[in-house]
Ligand binder design. Structure first.
Ligand code: 3H9
Length: 696
């Protein structure tokens, strides 16, 4: 809704136009109609001398309504560019009073205004690039004319919002309100009417600024690193460059053309899918009764995971009690935390004093009793059921009955752990990803008895910790690791069939994965999946093919990067994987023993075998209700496993390929490679009905 109020301010009549469209004041079609009418009417009203445009609540405007992208148009609604042009050409001053968050089209709306006054809390940004598009309502042309090319490139390509002070420093805004925002914006408008201040306006002419080509080259380099495989950032840079060579109208026309291409492209569809999927996954379950407050957290184990979890909590301002079995282990864990924080300071993430504040939040102990007043305890000890059961038995006896107990297990049965306690409804899994202080994903594992209150409280905590929580059910490996074992299995089979580690990793990197499956195994530590395979050996159906390659490598003591060799070898102190002829010989020997005749393998086959293995298992996971919906799987894979965001996650990718084509390939693999490839009934059903995972 748009409301207009006439205010008499310092002797002038000011039309105060307010955007009120919860939840984020997005600029959907209906709102644009109303906004256009309100502006036209205020401009035509001879009593009105100036206009102030503002928002409501926390938002000025979150930008264009993303849900309307790619939807068929009904009726005639003004596009945002037309609204901005009404503002820009108004004979009376239009001042933006930016009360809060102004993003994308929301900020572009203000660039057409004749001045911008912002509140201290305001955040201003052009995050379109993260949705695979560009600021398509003049942002790429007006912003460089206002703040200069280098700053515009930072804002548009970086996609991160600026604070009010940062916006003032680069001349994006004219004033930060010290008192009442609306009064100051009205006063600004009156001062323009009275001629005390000039109306800021955007020049038609090409931007007269000399910009070294190196500035663009640098921006391209940075963009390729930050948004691997994405088209939009590079198009944004080309559009900004246009501001130097064309007049405003031609620049705007070029920008509109490029926006249309991007918004209709597969990458933007995938990125928007992930935007909404993350929000859907993050919804807390409805619950009966009051939620729990988590104010203090205990962490059991100060190893890599425990230390990272403690850092994540401290970063969110939550006091932590970190427990280890011995003083020596505690000292080692503490030194690693200090070392990691020192790295954060070096890279400019935190200041020295911010680190000191965080370190003060982490209390260390070797006594279980010191955990007794924690609201939540996260166990991050060795991945062994007997060890976990012993710890949970102890925790259950020392903690008060309100304390929630979580295990950071990556695949063990939460219900079996819960069974040793007297509080099954307060037991859950919190599967963090390594390094836990960096990785966003958190699989929140709901056991058979875990209460909704507990899940609710942990989701709230996750958001505070800046994590992306996804609710998953109990099974070996939950969502992420259950699927990844199918992906790595195919990589191992492909090795035996004729591909080299470098070819497999290279093919998947070119698909867009952050790293290939074998280099990822080397980074994670081969001993971890080796232990899981040994545990699963007894229950593995004997008729299914099994590759010994990874086991043989582990038997040589090659556990990946940490031992200097795994599928690859590593020069001392380096993380660069180097092909190792010894491994090539080992693979050929394993293939020969398994009676496999090696052949040429195409990159296309590598991608289909590994990615469709994810998709087929993902479909089974949805059917087994381990994931609530296919889009949750996409969030898990994008946030935790380096799946290319621009492909929208494995399930969205399958949808975009077409499920009947995916099913045909899966059936072919089933025939050629055996029962691992039995098509998921859900995949078959959807493919046969012309459906998609995203329909579910
Ligand atoms: C653009 O502007 C293009 C123009 O350049 C050119 C046009 C020609 N549209 O995140 P939250 C929903 S592109 C529709 O939980 P927060 C969201 O899905 C746009 N819906 O809240 C959720 O719905 P639900 C550029 C949107 O307070 C609800 O609002 N702008 C939009 O944590 C609450 O969202 C952006 O890229 C939208 N634009 O964070 C900004 N935004 O309750 C994207 C949100 O059903 N948005 N929703 O799940 C954000 O970054 C955050 O949502 C924001 C609020 C910071 C605004």
């Amino acid at each position: 809704m748009i409301t207009t109020e006439i205010r008499h301010f310092q002797g002038a009549a000011v039309a105060l136009i307010r955007i009120d469209n919860p939840p984020v004041n997005s600029l959907g079609s209906q709102l644009r109609v109303q906004l256009g009418e309100a502006l036209t009417s205020a401009i035509a009203n001879s009593m009105v001398q100036a206009i102030v445009l503002t928002g409501t609540g926390r938002f000025f405007s979150g930008g264009a309504d993303i849900r309307e992208f790619n939807t068929p148009k009904t009726g005639v609604q003004p596009v945002l560019r037309e609204i901005i042009s009404i503002i820009e050409n108004a004979a009376k001053p239009v001042v933006a009073a930016i009360n809060g968050i102004a993003l994308g089209g929301g900020l572009e709306l203000t660039l057409g205004c004749h001045a911008r006054v912002v509140s201290q809390e305001a955040k201003l940004g052009l995050p379109e690039v993260k949705l695979g598009v560009l600021p398509g309502a003049g942002g790429t042309q007006r912003l460089p004319r206002l703040v200069g090319v280098p700053a515009a490139l930072d804002i548009i390509v970086g996609g991160e919002p600026l604070t009010a002070d940062q916006a003032l420093a680069c001349s994006l805004v004219d004033q930060v309100a010290a008192g009442s925002l609306l009064d100051e914006a009205c006063a600004y408008a009156v001062s323009i009417i009275q001629g005390a201040r000039a109306r800021s306006h955007i020049d038609q002419a090409p931007l007269d600024e000399s910009v070294d080509e190196a500035v663009f080259e640098n921006a391209r380099k940075k963009a390729k690193r930050k948004y691997r495989g994405c088209t939009a950032p590079l198009t944004c840079i080309e559009c900004v460059a246009k501001s130097l060579s064309t007049d405003l109208s031609s620049g705007l026309a070029y920008e509109a053309e490029q926006f249309a291409l991007l918004v209709n492209g597969e990458q933007s569809k995938a990125l928007r899918h992930i935007f909404f999927a993350e929000r859907k996954a993050g919804k807390r379950p409805a619950m009966n009764g009051a939620s729990f407050a988590i104010r203090k957290v205990g962490v059991v184990g100060a190893g890599t995971m425990g230390g990272g979890i403690a850092m994540s909590l401290a970063n969110a301002g939550i006091p932590v009690v970190l427990l280890e079995q011995s003083d020596a282990a505690l000292k080692k864990g503490w030194e690693t935390i200090q070392h990691n924080y020192a790295g954060n300071v070096k890279r400019g993430r935190f200041t020295e004093s911010q680190v000191q504040q965080r370190l003060l939040l982490i209390q260390r102990t070797t006594r279980y009793e010191d955990l007794s007043d924690s609201d939540l305890i996260i166990e991050a000890a060795f991945e062994d059921m007997a060890v976990k059961k012993e710890i949970f038995t102890r925790l259950d006896s020392v903690c008060n009955m309100d304390t929630i107990l979580a295990s950071n297990t990556s695949r063990l049965d939460i219900d079996e752990i819960a069974a040793v306690t007297s509080r099954k409804e307060k037991i859950l899994g919190m599967h963090f990803f390594s390094p836990a202080n960096v990785m966003k994903l958190l699989e929140v594992v709901k056991g058979a008895h875990t209460s909704d209150q507990v899940i609710n409280a942990v989701f709230k905590l996750a958001v505070k910790m800046d994590k992306t929580p996804v609710l998953v059910g109990v099974c070996d490996g939950f969502v992420g690791n259950r699927m990844i074992s199918h992906y790595t299995r195919e990589a191992y089979f492909l090795l035996e069939e004729g591909a080299s580690p470098a070819q497999i990793d290279g093919a998947l990197r070119s698909f867009g994965m952050a790293m290939g499956p074998l280099e990822m195994q080397d980074m994670a530590g081969l001993d971890i999946s080796w232990a899981a395979r040994k545990r699963q050996a007894a229950s593995r159906p004997p008729h299914l093919r099994y590759s010994c390659v990874a086991d043989r490598i582990c038997e040589m003591g090659r556990f990946g990067q940490k031992t200097g060799s795994g599928f690859y070898r590593y020069a001392s102190g380096s993380r660069t994987p180097l092909p190792d002829p010894e491994i090539d010989v080992l693979i050929a020997r394993c293939a020969q023993l398994a009676g496999i005749t090696r052949r040429e393998i195409s990159d296309q086959e590598i991608i289909a075998r590994t990615i469709y293995a994810l998709v087929n298992e993902g479909a089974k996971i949805v059917q087994d209700k381990i994931a609530q919906r296919p889009s949750d799987i996409d969030v898990v894979y994008v946030a935790g496993y380096g799946f290319p965001m621009f492909r929208g996650g494995p399930m969205f990718y399958a949808d975009s390929v077409g499920l009947s084509a995916v099913l045909e390939t899966v059936k072919d693999f089933h025939e050629r490679f055996g029962d691992y490839w039995s098509p998921a009934p859900l995949l078959t059903q959807l493919a046969q009905n012309g459906g998609k995972f995203s329909d579910l």
